[in-house]
Ligand binder design. Structure first.
Ligand code: NAD
Length: 733
C-alpha cells in the first residue's frame, strides 16, 4: 500500500505527502509509520534535498491514529503486550525525534535540514503530534478546521510525544486546556495560542512552507529544548512558579476527574516527571505512562464505547436495509420545552421545520427558544448573523395543522397525556402524506399503545430526545410492536442529519435510559430514608464518575416529575408495584413545596440567583442520619449496580438488542461512569463472577432488587464477558 509519497522539486525541497488510499481522512496505521520513516530517511540522505515539507493530499491533514494500531502493538510482543506497546511507542518516538533533529550534529546543532508541516485542514491527535516534531507548522486559513490533541476525551492521552512537546513548548499551565480538556481550535486561534506558527491562505500553503524551508537558518530549526540554557515556560516543577502550577494542577485534575480516569492522572505524571529530566528521557517516561494507560481495561473500554462503537452507531450499524430516508421537511407538534428544542436542532441541520402549537403565541414562543440559543451562539462568536437568519427562516411557527402538508416526518411533543396524543396523531395524519412517518417523543407512554390512534401503525415510532435537546447527544429510537423497518431507517437517518447518536430499543416501560436512571435515583433517595448521610450518597456517586449525584439529579429534573412518575407507575402496575421508602421522601418534599431547582428548594438549598448552596439541613431533621453509616464502597455498589442490573435485564428481555447501544446510550444519556465504558463494559472489567458475588451480598443485605439476572450467572459460569459472548467482533480495542 502506498500511503506516503515523496517528490523533490528543482529547488531541492522534498514534499512528503500523506494520502491514505480509499479513505476520505488520513489516519496513521502501522504501514504508514514505516513509509513515513523510510521516505524521511531517504530525503535526509539525499544531498539534492535541502529541506522537507510534510503535508496531505486530502482536504485535511489527519484525524489521528488508526485505533487498530494499539491492538497490533500489543500483539507484536507475543505474551507480553506491555512490552509490545512500549517498543511500538519508542519506535514512534524515535521516528519523530529523527524528524525533529533532521540530521543535525548533536554537539553543534548545525547541519540539519529544515522540516515544515503544511496542514490543509483538520489536524488532530497524531495529526498534530507529527507537526509538533517539525520545525515550523503552517496551516491553511480554514475556519472549519480543528487543531488539537483531543485524546483525553476518549480515555487516552497524547502519547506520541504530544504531551512532552506541548509542555516544553508552552508550559504546563498554558498546555492544560489542550492536554487536560482536549480543547481544539481553528487555525487562527491555534496560532494565537501558540500551537502552530503560521496561518496562510489555502492556495499559498505549500509555497509559503517552501519559502520558509529554503530560507531557514541553522538556529531556526533547533527546538528550544535542544538549545543550551532552555528554561521551561512557567517554570519546571521545583521552580517557585512551576511548583505552584504543578501542585495546583494535580488538585485541579483530581477535582475534575475524582481520580477515576487513569489517563488524566497518567498524563499529569508524564508531564511532571518528564519536566525534571532531559527531553529523550521525558519521551521514555511518556511512553511508560502511555503503556500503563493502554494496559488499563478502562482505557480500552472507553475507546471501544466512546470512539469505536459510538461512531459505528452514528454510521448506521443497526440500521435496517432501506433506501435513503433523509428528512426534507419536518413537522414538530408541541412547541414547549422539548418541541422547541427539536425544531431548533433540525433547522440548524438545514431541515425545513413546521413548528405547531395550540395557538400562534405558543408556536412563536417555541421559535423564540431557537432564537435565544442562536443569540447565545452569536455572543460567543460561534454563530454569524447570516447563520441565525437562515436557521430561523427554516422554522415556520403556526397553529395550523394544514401546514404539515408535505412533511415526511413528524415528531410529536405535546403533553404527556394519551388522549391529547391520540387526538394530535389523528389531526396530523389527516394533513400528512400517506407515507409520512409519525414519531412520538413520549418518555413514559408505551409506543404500541399510542400507535393505536394511528391509521398506519407501521409508520409509527418513538423518537425520544433528552433535555436540553440542543446539548444532549443521545436519541433513543423505540420500535413499537408494529413499527416497520422504514420507520426505523427514517428515524436513524434523521438522527444522523442532526448529528446526534442513536440507539434503537424495543418498546417496554421507560424504554432503556429512564428504565436505568429511575432506579439510580430511587436507590439514592431510599438511602436518605434509611438514614444514610446525604453527603455520603452524593459524593459516592460523584467519586464513581457520575456527573450528578442522585439527589441533585432529582432537583434538576424536578421532584414533581418524580412524584408523577411514581404515581403513574403505581397505577399501571397495580399490586406488582414495589413499594419503596424513596416514595415517602419524594412525596414529603413535594408536600413541602420543595420541587427542586425550579422552586429554588429541593434536596439542596439555592440562593436567590439559583446557585446551589448546599444540601438542605431539613433532610437530617426529617430523616435523621443513623449512627452507623455504611462504608463508601457499599453505597457505590448500590448506586452503580442497581442501574447496571436494569441494563442487563433490558438485554435479557430483548428491550436492548445490542450491548454497544447499552454502553454508548448509558454514557451519553445519563453520564454512566464514562471511565468504565458503560454498564456492560463495567461488568466485563469486574468479571461476571465478581459481579454476581457483589449482587449476592447486596441482595442479602438490601433485598431482591439486586438479584443477579440469569445471563450474568451464565457468564459467571462460563467465564466469558458480555463483549465476548454478545459482541465478539466489537472487541478489537
Ligand atoms: P411542555 O409542557 O413544555 O410542552 C408541551 C407543549 O405542547 C406545550 O407548548 C403545549 O401548548 C403543546 N400542546 C399541548 N397540546 C397540544 C395540541 N393538541 N396541539 C399542539 N400543541 C399542543 O412539555 P415538554 O416537557 O416539552 O414535553 C413534551 C413531551 O416530551 C412529553 O411527551 C414528554 O413526556 C416528552 N419528554 C419530555 C422530556 C423533558 O425532560 N421535559 C424529556 C423527554 C421527553
Amino acid at each position: 500500500m502506498t500511503i506516503f509519497t515523496s517528490a523533490t522539486d528543482a529547488d531541492g525541497v522534498a514534499t512528503i505527502t500523506w494520502d491514505l488510499p480509499g479513505k476520505s481522512m488520513n489516519v496513521l496505521n502501522m504501514e504508514g509509520i514505516a513509509e513515513l520513516e523510510s521516505l524521511f530517511d531517504a530525503a535526509l540522505a539525499d544531498d539534492a534535498v535541502k529541506g522537507i515539507i510534510i503535508t496531505s493530499a486530502k482536504p485535511d491533514f489527519a484525524a489521528g491514529m488508526d485505533i487498530n494500531i494499539i491492538a497490533k502493538m500489543k500483539d507484536s510482543a507475543g505474551e507480553n503486550p506491555a512490552q509490545g506497546l512500549m517498543d511500538g511507542l519508542m519506535n514512534m518516538h524515535g521516528i519523530l525525534r529523527k524528524i525533529e533533529r533532521a540530521g543535525m550534529d548533536p554537539k553543534t546543532n548545525k547541519g540539519g535540514k529544515p522540516v515544515a508541516a503544511a496542514l490543509p485542514g483538520l489536524a488532530l491527535g497524531i495529526g498534530l503530534e507529527i507537526p509538533l516534531a517539525c520545525h515550523r507548522i503552517f496551516a491553511a486559513d480554514n475556519p472549519k478546521a480543528k487543531i488539537g490533541l483531543p485524546e483525553i476525551l476518549i480515555g487516552i492521552f497524547p502519547g506520541m510525544g504530544g504531551t512532552t512537546r506541548l509542555v516544553r513548548k508552552m508550559g504546563v499551565m498554558a498546555a492544560a486546556p489542550y492536554l487536560m480538556e482536549g480543547k481544539t481550535l481553528a487555525p487562527a486561534k491555534a496560532k494565537s495560542a501558540g500551537l502552530i506558527d503560521e496561518v496562510v491562505p489555502p492556495e499559498e500553503l505549500l509555497a509559503r512552507a517552501k519559502e520558509w524551508v529554503l530560507n531557514a537558518k541553522d538556529a531556526d530549526i533547533v527546538k528550544p529544548w535542544d538549545a543550551k540554557g532552555y528554561k521551561m515556560p512557567g517554570g519546571a516543577p521545583y521552580h517557585p512558579a512551576g511548583f505552584m502550577t504543578y501542585l495546583g494542577s494535580s488538585a485541579m485534575v483530581h477535582g475534575k476527574t475524582q481520580g477515576v480516569y487513569p489517563a488524566a492522572k497518567a498524563m499529569l505524571s508524564a508531564a511532571y516527571e518528564g519536566a525534571q529530566v532531559p527531553f529523550d528521557t521525558a519521551l521514555k517516561i511518556e511512553a511508560r505512562w502511555f503503556t500503563h494507560v493502554l494496559m488499563n481495561p478502562s482505557s480500552g473500554a472507553m475507546l471501544r464505547s466512546i470512539f469505536i462503537n459510538k461512531q459505528a452507531l452514528e454510521k448506521g450499524a443497526v440500521r435496517p436495509e432501506a433506501p435513503d430516508q433523509s428528512v426534507k421537511k419536518l413537522g414538530v407538534i408541541g412547541a414547549g420545552m422539548m418541541g422547541a428544542g427539536i425544531g431548533y436542532v433540525a433547522a440548524n441541520a438545514g431541515i425545513d421545520v413546521v413548528l405547531i402549537d395550540r395557538d400562534q403565541e405558543a408556536a412563536d414562543k417555541g421559535k423564540a427558544h431557537a432564537e435565544s440559543i442562536l443569540d447565545k451562539g452569536m455572543s460567543r462568536k460561534r454563530v454569524t448573523q447570516e447563520k441565525k437568519d437562515a436557521v430561523l427562516a427554516r422554522i415556520n411557527a403556526t397553529p395550523d395543522y394544514a401546514a404539515l402538508d408535505g412533511c415526511d416526518l413528524v415528531v410529536e411533543a405535546v403533553f404527556e397525556d394519551p388522549g391529547v396524543k391520540a387526538e394530535t396523531t389523528q389531526k396530523a395524519e389527516a394533513a400528512l402524506p400517506d407515507d409520512a412517518i409519525f414519531a412520538t417523543n413520549t418518555s413514559t407512554l408505551p409506543i404500541s399503545d399510542l400507535a393505536k390512534a394511528s391509521g398506519n401503525p407501521e409508520n409509527f415510532i418513538g423518537i425520544h430526545f433528552f433535555s436540553p435537546v440542543d446539548k444532549m447527544m443521545l436519541v433513543e429510537i423505540i420500535r413499537g410492536k408494529e413499527t416497520g423497518d422504514r420507520a426505523v431507517a427514517k428515524a436513524l437517518d434523521f438522527v444522523r442529519q442532526i448529528r446526534k447518536t442513536p440507539i434503537v430499543v424495543n418498546d417496554a416501560r421507560f424504554f432503556y435510559a429512564n428504565r436505568c436512571i429511575i432506579p439510580y435515583i430511587n436507590e439514592g433517595v431510599r438511602m436518605v430514608a434509611e438514614g444514610v448521610s446525604p453527603a455520603l450518597i452524593e459524593n459516592a456517586a460523584k467519586q464513581l464518575g457520575f456527573p450528578l449525584g442522585p439527589l441533585q439529579l432529582v432537583d434538576e429534573t424536578s421532584v414533581d416529575l418524580g412524584v408523577k412518575i411514581a404515581k403513574a407507575t403505581k397505577a399501571a402496575m397495580g399490586d406488582a408495584y414495589p413499594e419503596s421508602p424513596s416514595d415517602d421522601v419524594l412525596f414529603e418534599l413535594f408536600d413541602e413545596g420543595r420541587l427542586g431547582r425550579k422552586s429554588n428548594a429541593g434536596f439542596y438549598e439555592y440562593d436567590e440567583k439559583g446557585k446551589r448552596t448546599g444540601l438542605w439541613p431539613g433532610l437530617g431533621e426529617n430523616w435523621p442520619a443513623s449512627d452507623d453509616q455504611p462504608d463508601l464502597t457499599t453505597v457505590q455498589h448500590r448506586l452503580a449496580m442497581i442501574q447496571t442490573l436494569e441494563a442487563v435485564r433490558a438485554l435479557e428481555e430483548n428491550v436492548l438488542m445490542d450491548i454497544r447501544e447499552g454502553d454508548v446510550g448509558a454514557i451519553l444519556g445519563w453520564g454512566f461512569m464514562p471511565w468504565s465504558g458503560g454498564p456492560f463494559s463495567w461488568l466485563d472489567i469486574l468479571g461476571a463472577g465478581k459481579a454476581v458475588e457483589i449482587c449476592d451480598g447486596l441482595t442479602s443485605e438490601f433485598g431482591d432488587r439486586f438479584t443477579a439476572p440469569k445471563i450474568l450467572h451464565d457468564l459467571a459460569a462460563s467465564g466469558e464477558g458480555f463483549y465476548q459472548k454478545y459482541q465478539p467482533e466489537a472487541d478489537a480495542a
